[in-house]
Write a protein that binds this ligand. Structure first.
Ligand SMILES: NCc1[nH]cc(CCC(=O)O)c1CC(=O)O
Length: 309
């Protein structure tokens, strides 16, 4: 290389995404002092649109617009939340994803008075729009009222202050990145609220032939997180899932190279649930096997009823 290496990082510019970029730029500078990271903010139709996301191409429109900057040569790296990368669209040719250490995967309740989920009275309005959260909440706490909310994590937090909702459910990892972890009033255990596939996981997407950048980023990657992410991505793709589908799942890397992957598929109202779990050494084989277990139980029919509306 010799010369100073510019690393242009494409990302959305929400408060959470900006915090993620700042973290990555600091890590890159720390690991490779000879590099100069730059932020290339990407605004998508979904950022300004306040109506249903499905009308602007769904959640996947965000990540594909960010990835396009790398494919077009406007950026060197696309920074995504793995959770927001759909599994029902073809992966663009010629890119690879690298996975740094995983953050916390839990969802949390934010209730201004600190009341716990199990103590909330009937009719309490819970703000969330994730079908995965809605289905699990309806299954475990049918007496609560789900209020669909859209917008960034900071917008959602504001809704408890304004009284639009009584409480919200959010990802702990997102709150941490915003420096607002203290507002979480209850960590919901993963048995009651199984995380999204890719929860708490950042993905660094680069051109597969960008060997200089691969060298810079390799020290940032985490082998266990990478194996878990591959298992979860494979499962999501095998189910053609996306974040409008009530799919939950979580891979954990065991010692001795074994991986454990558990997953659930719900009906939108939580009235039925399919579950599968397996252990195995190879992430992709494991992801496909758990998907097959779910499909054998009827996952495709269940998911067909909740396809992008
Ligand atoms: N759907 C938006 C989104 N994408 C990733 C996170 C949180 C951070 C992560 O899990 O990586 C969030 C916010 C939330 O669900 O509360």
């Amino acid at each position: 290389m010799g010369m100073t290496q510019r690393i242009r990082i494409a990302s959305r510019a929400s408060a959470m995404a900006t915090a993620q970029v700042n973290w990555l730029m600091a890590e890159i500078t720390r690991m490779s002092p000879g590099t100069v990271p730059e932020f290339v903010p990407i605004t998508t139709a979904g950022d300004t649109w306040t109506g249903p996301l499905t009308e602007v191409g769904g959640k996947g429109a965000f990540t594909s617009a960010v990835a396009r900057a790398v494919l077009d040569g406007r950026a060197d790296l696309a920074l995504h939340c793995a959770k927001d990368m759909p599994g029902d669209e073809p992966e663009p040719d010629g890119t690879v994803c690298l996975y740094p250490r995983r953050d916390d995967v839990h969802d949390v309740l934010v209730h201004p008075a600190g009341t716990k989920l199990d103590d909330l009275p009937a009719g309490t309005r819970i703000g969330t729009s994730a079908p995965r959260r809605i289905a699990q909440l309806a299954a475990s706490h049918p007496h609560l009222t789900v209020v669909p909310v859209r917008g960034n994590a900071d917008t959602r937090l504001g809704l408890t202050r304004s009284g639009d909702v009584d409480a919200v459910i959010l990802a702990l990892a997102g709150l941490r990145r915003l420096g607002r972890e203290a507002e979480a009033t209850e960590i919901i255990d993963t048995d009651r609220m199984m995380p999204a596939l890719g929860a708490g996981q950042l993905a660094l997407q680069i051109r597969a032939d960008d060997h200089d950048l691969l060298d810079v980023l390799t020290p940032l990657t985490d082998p266990a997180a990478t194996r878990a992410a591959l298992a979860e991505r494979t499962l999501l793709r095998a189910l053609a899932g996306h974040c409008h589908a009530p799919i939950a799942g979580h891979a954990t890397a065991h010692a001795a190279g074994e991986l454990y992957l558990a997953a659930r598929v719900y009906t939108p109202n939580g009235s039925a649930m399919l579950a599968a779990a397996r252990t195995g050494p190879d992430p992709q084989t494991l992801g496909r096997a758990v998907a097959q277990d779910l499909i054998a139980q009827g996952a495709n029919d269940l998911l067909a009823s909740s396809r992008r509306r």
